[in-house]
Design a protein around this ligand. Structure first.
Ligand code: SAM
Length: 281
């Protein structure tokens, strides 16, 4: 994460989607979330749209509507599914239709879609139940495309974050120190394998592929400290501890000249629906 995006520093348990308190904590400051979180690369949006048989998109864990608005701008009709009513309300105010539910409990009610997408949200969904639900609502040839931002902070920023976080949140399920010894992309591979395994287990899909999109973004100290509290490891920290984390990371960014460049790889794990899913037992 960021430094913590919850994503990069997911809870150190096998099944992050079972951490429901964290999974549904992002609406604690929806406006900040929408303002500070990165958008998705346009070439990825275009590739998913081109590889889907039509414009009807279901956006799982749509949050405040960041990627939903990007798919709308690309000509799609988007329905969001989002369990956190605070995030859903924000998305609705920006013109995104949203139904409040977890994806696992959401009722498709006979509706059909050309693509099921999820922006940095599929790790909060049961990977087998999620793929099964996607298979139920995708038209033949429809595309399942959960994607995640993987970001690689400069080592100084990551080390500062891990050090302060260890001190202020020693019992947290997030293990930020584990990010110091391997690349962010390597750290994400177990998640991507789990997503692909869920799709294979459900069946009725082509073999999952990874589509990768590399890009970078420069952050001033203020812009990065604005985003950090939206990351899952920090959304539930008491304000004094959050302030300590921000101060520690801010001091390091100051020492780097007041800004840095973040390297992003946005990865979609994607497969097309090839046949009707088996009836649930
Ligand atoms: C990191 S945020 C991503 C929000 C948005 N897609 C984006 O990229 O800006 C993860 C979102 O997944 C939602 N979420 C958590 N568990 C979920 C579930 N089981 N089904 C659907 N969405 C879920 C959270 O409420 C949150 O809005």
């Amino acid at each position: 994460m960021s430094t913590v995006p919850p994503e990069q520093s997911r809870p150190s348990v096998d099944e992050p989607h079972q951490h429901r308190q964290i999974a549904e904590s992002f609406g604690s400051d929806a406006a900040r979330y929408d303002r500070a979180r990165p958008r998705y690369p346009d070439p990825m949006v275009a590739r998913i749209v081109a590889a889907s048989p039509g414009p009807d998109v279901l956006d799982v864990g749509c949050g405040t509507g960041i990627e939903a608005r990007q798919f709308q701008a690309a000509g799609c009709m988007v329905l969001g599914v989002e369990p956190d009513a605070r995030m859903a309300d924000f998305a609705r105010r920006t013109g995104v239709e949203v139904e409040v539910a977890t994806f696992e409990t959401w009722e498709g009610a006979g509706r059909a879609f050309d693509a099921v997408i999820a922006g940095t949200a599929w790790h909060w969904v049961d990977p087998v139940a999620g793929a099964a639900k996607a298979a139920q609502v995708l038209r033949p040839g429809g595309r399942l495309a959960p994607f995640h931002h993987v970001f690689q902070s400069p080592s100084e920023v990551m080390e500062a974050l891990a050090k302060v976080y260890r001190r202020v949140a020693p019992d947290s399920p997030f293990n930020l120190s584990s990010q110091l010894t391997r690349s962010a992309l390597d750290a994400y591979q177990p998640l991507f394998a789990k997503i692909a395994d869920g799709i294979r287990e459900v069946g009725g899909f082509s073999d999952p592929e990874q589509w990768r999109f590399e890009w970078e973004q420069s952050y001033t100290r203020d812009a990065w400290l604005d985003q950090m509290p939206t990351h899952g490891a920090l959304t539930q920290l008491p304000s004094d501890k959050l302030a300590e984390v921000l101060e520690g990371v801010g001091a390091v960014i100051d020492a780097m000249g007041g800004s840095f460049t973040m390297q992003y790889t946005t990865v979609a794990v994607t497969a097309a629906r090839t046949s009707a899913p088996p009836d649930p037992a």
